[in-house]
Each structure stands twice: as C-alpha cells, then as structure tokens.
Design a protein around this ligand. Structure first.
Ligand SMILES: [Zn+2]
Ligand SMILES: [Zn+2]
Length: 311
C-alpha cells in the first residue's frame, strides 16, 4: 500500500480575470507563501490557466483547474464551481434556480469536471429545497470565507451545515468543503473583506498531482477546516477516530482545547467528546455519521460523512 499524505488546498479563489483584485500570478504566490500545497483559481465564467517557467511555477502551489460557473439571470445567484474542467463552461441563463443549477452541474460534468454548489445562503438564494431537486453534484460549501455568505444561518434559515444534514438525511451523497472565496489580496485584511486564508480542505492523496487530488476529493478522502488540524484519521462504518493536532500559542505553549460532536441522520447528536483523540463506533440506526471538531480558538473542522447502509 502506498503511503498517503495530507495536502492543503483552497478550492475557491478569484483573480483579476473576474472580480478579484490581484493577478493570477500574485494570488498563486500568496497561497504558496502561506503553506498551501495546491490551489484552484475559480474565476466567474472564466477558466484561468497559469502558464509559467519552472522558476515561476516554483513560486506557485499545484494549480487545479476550476471555474465558478455563475448564473446571474436566475431569481437568486446560482454559482456552481467546476473542478477539473477541461474547457470553459457556459453558465445557464435560466431565470429558474433549479433549472439553472441543474444545467450548470450538467455542463461541468460534460466538460470532465466535478460540481460543487456554492454558498447557498448568499443573498438567501436557496436551500436544500432546491438542492434536493438537482442531481449529479458531489460537493457543497459548508463554509465560505466571504463575509456575505451567512454560513451560520439564522432567523429561521438553516445554517450551511444544517442544509448539508438535510441533504444527507434525505439520501443525497454530498461532501462538505470549506473555501475562501477570496477576492481581496492587496489592501487591508478585515472581516468585511473576502481575504484569503479562511477555509480550506486537507486532502489525503498518494501524490501531489491534479488527478490524485481530484480522485481523493471524489472519494471523500479529505476534511474541511477553518483552522483545526487533524493528524491522522480512521473513517469507516466500524469506527471513526480522529487525532487532533492541538494548536499551541508560540509565546507561552498554552494548548487550545477541543470538543468534537459526532452527528447522524437529521443532525442528531450521537456522541460528544472532549478528548484530543475522539472516536465513535457507528450503529445501524445512525444513517450516516460525521464529526465536527470545535476549537477553543473559534475554528472548526468537518469530517466527511460515513454512510451506514441499512439493508
Ligand atoms: Zn459565488
Ligand atoms: Zn466566488
């Protein structure tokens, strides 16, 4: 068996090829300098492909092809990211959200890519009601770092994690990703701007290549994070075991503390742990099991669901 390694990457980024404020080269450099192994430049309705000399490429992370397929005519914004697409994908101009979403997903798959439904709560455009009517997408954003994406929901609107649970509980098999959706690189960094470095996934792959990253994503061999680091993880229908790498304050060596919630069908709490190595053994009635790790620093990690099939 080959040894697999975690590779850190961001799946949602803008450059001056759409509404980002820095060039693709500089954006790629930012991610390389900040410890990212790979990056998807996902401009609105533009396939950004960076070509460069070996010396230039050494300053960039591995670049995974992507596009934010962006329908602007629908009654709410329908943005679907395509990962690994071989060509530019045209966005649907349907006014109907479900029709536009399905057309964008289908076009991404036809272009050889995998589809992710972006930021459902952006402008409160749609929720699981629309997403249940669309087939073929593999991912949804459980966290988006743009300040207008309302990840936590409220006022009767479900959080993105709540939308994910409703999809899973109704039989959709969808992986949850955390992304930056970064636009702003050159001026100040502030909570009101969409700066880089807020959400990422750690993919467990044999090598750092586009194909291995995409294959591992397709299989759900990754976790999403806004700061929590997982050292090792076992995840199958018999056991889910997470080894958290605790964050430590450099000045005084004080460690963060963690709480992990294992949740199942309809978001039901199955088990809560305060250990740095939480584990849970799924039962036949759980439907699916996923874990959310909460750090005392305010950051989180989300593991991918394990599906418990009831015969
Ligand atoms: Zn978007
Ligand atoms: Zn975006």
């Amino acid at each position: 068996m080959t040894t697999k390694t975690w590779f850190k990457g961001n799946l949602h980024t803008h450059t001056t090829n759409s509404d980002g404020d820095d060039s693709p080269e500089h954006v790629a450099e930012w991610y390389h300098e900040h410890g990212y192994d790979w990056l998807c430049l996902s401009d609105h309705n533009h396939l950004t492909i960076l070509e460069g000399s070996d010396a230039e490429k050494a300053k960039w992370p591995l670049l995974v092809r992507g596009e934010e397929v962006t329908s602007r005519e629908s009654t709410g914004p329908v943005h679907v990211n395509g990962y690994g697409v071989n060509e530019l994908v045209e966005a649907s101009n349907s006014t109907d959200i479900v029709t536009a979403m399905q057309a964008n997903v289908d076009a991404i798959i036809a272009a050889g890519g995998m589809a992710s439904i972006n930021h459902p709560n952006f402008r409160w455009a749609f929720d699981d009601g629309a997403m249940m009517q669309v087939d073929g997408y593999k991912f949804m954003e459980v966290f988006n770092g743009h300040p207008e994406t309302h990840n936590t929901g409220g006022g009767g609107r479900a959080s993105t994690a709540g939308i994910w649970d409703r999809l899973l509980s109704n039989g959709k098999r969808v992986w949850g990703i955390a992304v930056d959706d970064a636009h702003h690189y050159v001026n100040e960094f502030s909570p009101n701007l969409s700066n880089p470095g807020r959400g990422w996934i750690q993919v467990k792959a044999a090598t750092l290549s586009q194909q291995d990253i995409l294959d591992a994503m397709s299989d759900g061999d990754f976790y999403a994070s806004t700061g929590v680091t997982i050292g090792d993880m076992v995840s199958n229908t018999r056991e889910i075991k997470i080894d958290i790498d605790p964050e430590t304050t450099p000045s005084d060596g004080i460690q963060a503390k963690y709480t992990t919630l294992f949740t199942g069908s309809h978001g039901r709490l199955l088990y809560e742990s305060t250990s740095n190595s939480p584990s849970y053994r799924p039962t036949r009635l759980d439907g699916y099991v996923r874990a959310t790790v909460y750090s005392s620093r305010g950051t989180k990690a989300w593991t991918q669901p394990v599906y418990i099939d009831i015969e």
